[in-house]
Write a protein that binds this ligand. Structure first.
Ligand code: IMP
Length: 439
């Protein structure tokens, strides 16, 4: 059994898509288990750049089956647009795309509610969500009034189901702000059923299929969205997304038992970024000429989904260690090493203090996390362009020393390093467990 998970080990945007893209020719299935159109990655295919939000990156390999699992939330209009874009690029999805009948539908008012909840939170409490309706849709799911994709096909009962949502607490929130709560359940039901109808050929009981395929010996690659520190239980709560982004989330989000998983790869940037609010101990707020802006410029650190500038900072070894404890990575993939090519010195956060005392792990309370003081080690930079390097032994000695120190601090082997956006700009470390998997 060779099922493998690839998950983000920081605050999202770690470059998981590139790692999945590299690995997925060795797998028969790529499956996504949580999140929705809050995720975004751009994949260059032919001459065109495709922004994918719901569909996992494996879609560009024609032999790979694609699963969007029950733990995800779907904006049907956007999903249809995404599929249309893929079809017009010549990507055939027939018989290879499977969308769970239990995934929850993001109804139009969920996006309004996302904005209303953010406004109501005030300056200090705003999460800085992607405003895609993710939180309210998971709220409806947990409150047991949400709408599953399979139910969206049933036009006769759909208006009642939507009216039920509108008459409950979420509908009350809408009505307090404007007359959106007066939304016409019948009209929404008609649109939703029409969109679900177009998706019907792909809708399936994906948990049963995945288990069957695994029994048949097919290899499944599980693709996480967002990152470990955005996990609703283990992340920097409340400044998190609304799903379980840690590896464990794939069991609930796909109907897969933990015994069907053979390993986990963690994807880390060579530094740290975050979008939205919340604690980020190593953030560099040092102005337009500072290192933070240099990381942003060199790493093109602007969100794929929202275009927002990402907050940038040095590698946070404590947060990374914490992520490793939660996911038990077999190997780490360090992306965007080349962004650090032009720094004289590079810092790594190797410890935290809170009110002067050293602490272990990430505090449970955001107010404490905001007061963390990072403890840094300084390493010399390498000042050499690494983008053309393809072998581990050709990396500059200082870059290898930096990677070795990251490996020590996090407590995990480094199996891969990315030195540019292209599929070919990836270096596999000889002798690593990742290299063994790729043999
Ligand atoms: P939501 O998922 O839209 O509710 O946003 C909650 C938090 O997660 C916000 O801080 C977002 O910026 C962040 N977030 C959601 N999706 C992503 C992602 O794909 N990459 C990075 N941050 C994300």
């Amino acid at each position: 059994m060779r099922n493998l998970a690839v998950v983000g080990a920081q605050w999202g945007d770690e470059g998981k898509g590139k790692v999945v893209d590299l690995l997925c020719e060795r797998f028969d299935v790529v499956a996504r288990f949580q999140g929705g159109p809050n995720a975004g990655h751009t994949v260059k295919f032919g001459e065109t750049c495709h922004a994918l939000h719901h569909v996992p990156s494996g879609v560009f390999r024609p032999d790979v089956r694609i699963v969007i699992g029950n733990g995800t939330v779907l904006d049907l209009a956007r999903l249809l647009e995404e599929l249309e874009g893929l079809r017009s690029a010549g990507i055939d999805l027939t018989g290879r795309l499977f969308i769970s009948d239990r995934a929850h539908v993001i109804l139009p008012m969920m996006k309004e509610l996302d904005a209303i909840q953010e406004d109501a939170a005030g300056t200090g409490g705003k999460i800085g969500t992607t405003l895609r309706g993710i939180g309210p849709t998971y709220q409806a799911k947990a409150a047991r009034i949400g709408l599953r994709l399979g139910e969206a096909l049933k036009e006769d009962t759909l208006a009642d189901r939507i009216a039920n949502i509108l008459s409950g607490p979420l509908g009350n929130q809408l009505r307090q702000v404007d007359n959106a709560g007066q939304a016409d359940a019948v009209a929404i039901a008609k649109d939703t059923a029409a969109m679900a109808g177009r998706l019907k050929p792909y809708i399936a009981d994906t948990a049963l299929l995945l288990n069957q395929w695994s029994d048949d010996g097919l290899g499944i690659l599980f693709e996480g969205a967002q990152g470990t520190l955005l996990d609703v239980d283990h992340g920097s709560y409340p400044f998190v997304t609304s799903s379980n982004t840690v590896t464990g989330g794939l069991c609930g989000g796909l109907g897969i038992a933990p015994t069907l998983l053979s390993g986990v790869l963690g994807v880390f940037k060579a530094y740290t970024t975050r979008v939205g609010s919340g604690p980020m101990p190593t953030e560099l707020e040092d102005g337009p000429d500072g290192f933070g802006q240099k990381l942003r410029d060199r790493g093109h650190e602007y969100g794929t989904t929202t275009g927002r500038p990402r907050r940038c900072g040095w590698f946070d070894g404590v947060a990374a260690w914490y992520a490793h404890r939660l996911n038990r990575f077999e190997s780490a993939c360090i992306t965007l090493l080349d962004v650090l090519d032009d720094f004289d010195h590079i810092l790594i956060c190797t410890g935290y203090t809170l009110d002067g005392d050293p602490i272990t792990g990430f505090p449970s309370c955001a107010a404490d996390a905001e007061r963390i003081e990072p403890v840094y080690e300084t390493l010399p930079g390498w000042k050499i362009d690494t983008t053309g390097i393809r072998k581990w032994e050709d990396l500059p000695a200082n870059a290898i020393a930096y990677l070795d120190r990251l490996s020590d601090v996090v407590g995990v082997e480094i199996g891969m390093v990315g030195v540019g956006p292209d599929r070919t700009q990836s270096i596999i470390r000889p002798g690593s467990s990742l290299a063994a998997r790729l043999k």
